[in-house]
Write a protein that binds this ligand. Structure first.
Ligand SMILES: *Cc1c(COP(=O)(O)O)cnc(C)c1O
Length: 341
C-alpha cells in the first residue's frame, strides 16, 4: 500500500523490534510467543498513538493548523503522545480530559500521563464523565477559531481513517519482519479501545492478503459494539486507501471477556499479567490497555485457544506511564505476591 501519498511527519523510530518471548513461552509450554514493541515507538515514552500521529499531525500541518485539540481519559496515553508531537512541531495544544474512572484517587489524577501533559505545556480542561466528548471537541475548536487560531481536531485515541493509516503501516512493517526471518505468524493479538489500531492492522493485513487473523481484546466496550466500531473504521480506512473490492467484515474479531469492572478499573488478570511479563521478560505492560490485553492472551492460552506450535504475536501498544497512576493497587499486588512465595 502506498502510504507516502498522504501527508505525514516522522515521529516513530521504526521498525520497532519484533522479539521472541522465550522464557514465557517455555513457562507456558507454548504457543511460541512474540512481542511487537510498539511501546518503543520513541516519542515521549512511546506507544501506539505515535504511529497514528504521523498522519494526523501531517494533515494538521498541511492544513496550516496552529492549535491541536484532542480528548481522552485523565490517564490518556493518546493525549500524552499528542501533546508531545504538537510541541515537536511548534503547535499549541488544548486537551479535554474526561473524568471517566469513578473514585479516582489523587495519584491517578496527578501522576503518570497527566503530569507529562503538564510538562509538555498543554492547556488542560476537565470534563465530567458521560458528555459527548466529540461534541465538546467541536465546541472548543469553535472557541479557538473565534480567538484567531486555526484548530485541528483529533478524535479520542486518534481513531479516524487518517490515524488508522499508522496501523496499516505497522501491519506492513510486521509482514516485512516476518518475511525477513521466515517467521510464519498464525495470530496477532492486542488491546483494543478506540478501534484505530485494530482497524489499521486488519486493513493492512487483509489489504496485503497476509492471511493473519487479528484478535482485539476489548478494554471498554462489549464485543458486538467493539466489533462494530472496528469494522466501521476499517471500512472507511479501506475506502480512504482506495483498495479494490469490499472490506472483509468477517476479519474483525474482538473479545470483551477481560474488561472486568470497566474502563481503567484494575482486574486480577491485569495485575497478574503485568507482574508475569515483568518478571519473566523484563517488559512493562500497563494497567488500562496492554495489561488487560495480555491477561486475555494468557487466559486464552491456558484455555487451549492456540496450538502449541503456533506463532502468536502480541502487539505491545505501550502505556507503562500509567503504572505510576496505579501505584497503590500495583504495590499491594506485589506485596501480596511476595508474602505468598
Ligand atoms: C490507546 C491505547 C490502546 C488502544 O488502541 P486503540 O487504537 O485506541 O484501539 C492500547 N494500548 C494502549 C497503551 C493505548 O494507549
Amino acid at each position: 500500500m502506498h502510504l507516502s501519498r498522504f501527508p505525514r511527519v516522522k515521529l516513530t523510530q521504526a521498525p520497532t523490534p519484533l522479539q521472541p518471548l522465550a522464557r514465557l513461552t517455555a513457562l507456558l509450554g507454548g504457543p511460541n510467543l512474540y512481542i511487537k514493541r510498539d511501546d518503543n515507538t520513541g516519542l515521549a515514552l512511546g506507544g501506539n498513538k505515535t504511529r497514528k500521529l504521523e498522519f494526523l499531525i501531517g494533515e494538521a500541518l498541511a492544513r496550516k493548523a496552529t492549535h491541536i485539540v484532542t480528548q481522552g481519559a485523565v490517564q490518556s496515553n493518546h493525549v500524552r503522545q499528542t501533546v508531545a508531537a504538537a510541541a515537536l512541531h511548534g503547535l499549541k495544544a488544548t486537551v479535554l480530559l474526561e473524568e471517566r474512572v469513578a473514585e479516582a484517587d489523587a495519584i491517578y489524577r496527578e501522576n503518570g500521563n497527566v503530569l507529562l501533559d503538564q510538562i509538555f505545556g498543554a492547556s488542560i480542561e476537565y470534563r465530567p464523565a458521560g458528555l459527548d466528548m466529540n461534541q465538546e471537541l467541536v465546541a472548543v475548536g469553535e472557541r479557538l477559531r473565534a480567538a484567531g487560531e486555526e484548530p485541528y481536531l483529533i478524535p479520542g485515541g486518534g481513531s479516524n481513517p487518517v490515524g488508522a493509516l499508522g496501523y496499516v503501516e505497522s501491519a506492513q512493517e510486521l509482514i516485512a519482519q516476518a518475511n525477513d526471518r521466515q517467521l510464519r505468524i498464525d495470530h496477532v493479538v492486542h488491546a483494543t479501545g478506540s478501534a484505530g489500531t485494530q482497524a489499521g492492522l486488519v486493513v493492512g493485513l487483509e489489504g496485503n492478503n497476509a492471511q493473519i487473523p487479528v484478535l482485539g481484546i476489548s478494554v471498554r466496550a462489549p464485543r458486538e459494539k467493539q466489533e462494530e466500531n472496528v469494522a466501521r473504521l476499517a471500512q472507511a480506512t479501506w475506502e480512504l486507501l482506495g483498495i479494490r473490492g469490499d472490506f472483509p467484515r468477517e476479519a474483525v474479531e474482538a473479545n470483551a471477556d477481560y474488561v472486568g469492572g470497566g474502563y481503567g478499573v484494575p482486574t486480577e488478570g491485569m495485575l497478574e499479567a503485568v507482574q508475569l511479563l515483568a518478571r519473566t521478560e523484563g517488559i512493562l505492560l500497563d494497567p488500562v490497555y496492554s495489561g488487560k490485553g495480555f491477561a486475555g492472551l494468557l487466559d486464552l492460552i491456558r484455555k487451549g485457544r492456540f496450538r502449541k506450535d503456533e506463532n502468536v504475536v502480541f502487539v505491545h501498544t505501550g502505556g507503562a506511564v500509567g503504572l505510576f497512576a496505579y501505584q497503590p493497587v500495583l504495590a499491594r499486588h506485589a506485596a501480596q505476591a511476595a508474602q505468598a512465595s
